[in-house]
Design a protein around this ligand. Structure first.
Ligand SMILES: *Cc1c(COP(=O)(O)O)cnc(C)c1O
Length: 345
């Protein structure tokens, strides 16, 4: 079998949720962000494991994701939709009992007209300029909206992965000012904000990447383990080249293993020769370019020919691969392809 194997450690996922939950007071409701198919790891399995761990509030990017999530979770948990109430969403929001986080006056009008009495939250812009009502809009709308009982008023931090960035304190101050005097559930923080400390926690938090083992939650346990089979090993003479573009030159006799997994499986081509894979504890550098279905790996220094090589695991996490590719762990996770044999344990 040439299929690579992606193991998703649901116990580590649950442990990461509990660890993030412990960082805030007992009165703070720790949610779970499971957008983009649970950051690429499979929303149904991921969400059920998080619900078992204790999560009661879930977040998705769009209503369609909320419908699948409702099927996976059943009735109990609250499901919030970051994109709010878009045209065409009303039936999904009603039937799957999703809570849109309304982003604009237009969305508020749509929501109150098409689904009067249906639960909603409000997203306000504290400075990121991506989603949410601007301070002036909110000042005008809040007297009408608050009496309708929003489930939550939330905003999002732009620089929470950089604790020293002055933007964090500016957004905190803006959020406090915009929510002053409200007796409503307030939420400002994703993973990064939870790590900034109690000032940022308010009533509900929305961790995503930290649950899945990624930075900025440096204490996270790895969740994704990726092993790919070696299809062939060859000896390469000094002066020969390997792979597309003849980009890797053997400056002395070498052994090269060809591994089944490539950029079509989310192993971003830009990681090129910067990445390593592991034979047990031994790092083995990539030799040449990433192909669509394959990697070529320099295994000259190994005593025994490996049957499989590990790309993600205890030795190397999503952020290491991301560094090699000049990206972030989020993109590595959400790029992991559909071609892996997936196993949940
Ligand atoms: C994606 C997202 C989150 C989760 O962020 P992480 O950095 O993955 O923890 C929380 N809130 C909003 C609004 C988001 O878009």
């Amino acid at each position: 079998m040439a299929q690579a194997h992606l193991k998703i450690d649901l116990e580590a996922l649950a442990a990461n949720w509990r660890a993030l939950d412990k960082l805030s007071a007992d009165t703070v409701e720790t949610g779970a962000v499971v957008k983009a198919d649970g950051y690429g790891l499979g929303v149904a399995r991921v969400a059920r494991a998080l619900a078992d761990a204790g999560a009661r509030q879930f977040y998705v990017a769009q209503a369609e994701e909320g419908v699948s999530l409702r099927d996976a979770l059943g009735e109990g948990p609250e499901i919030f939709v970051f994109s709010g109430h878009m045209a065409g969403d009303s039936d999904m929001l009603r039937d799957a009992r999703l809570i849109p986080l309304l982003n604009s006056i237009e969305q508020m009008t749509r929501h109150f007209e098409t689904l009067p009495g249906h639960a909603f939250g409000v997203q306000i812009d504290s400075g990121m300029n991506r989603l949410g009502l601007e301070p002036a809009e909110w000042a005008a709308a809040r007297g009408i909206v608050i009496p309708q009982g929003p489930r939550m008023v939330m905003s999002h931090l732009a620089c929470a992965d950089e604790p020293d960035d002055a933007m964090n304190a500016r957004q905190l101050a803006a959020f406090r000012e915009m929510t002053q005097g409200l007796d409503t559930t307030l939420s400002l923080s994703a993973t990064g904000g939870i790590l900034l400390g109690a000032d940022y926690h308010f009533d509900a938090t929305r961790p995503g990447i930290g649950l899945y083992g990624g930075l900025p939650f440096a204490d996270a346990q790895p969740v994704a383990y990726l092993n790919a089979p070696v299809i062939q090993i060859r000896d390469v003479a000094a002066g020969e080249t390997v792979g597309y573009g003849a980009a890797w030159l053997a400056d002395q006799a070498a052994r090269v293993a060809t591994v089944q997994a490539g950029y079509a499986d989310g192993l971003i081509r830009a990681m090129g020769d910067n990445a390593v894979v592991f034979a047990d504890d031994t790092p083995c550098p990539l030799a040449g370019r990433v192909s669509m279905d394959m990697l070529t790996v320099d295994v000259t220094h190994l005593d025994t020919a490996p049957d499989t090589l590990q790309l993600l695991g205890a030795q190397q996490g999503i952020d290491d691969l991301a560094d090699a590719a000049g990206t972030i762990g989020y993109e590595i996770l959400t790029s992991l392809g559909a071609r892996y044999r997936r196993e949940y344990s």
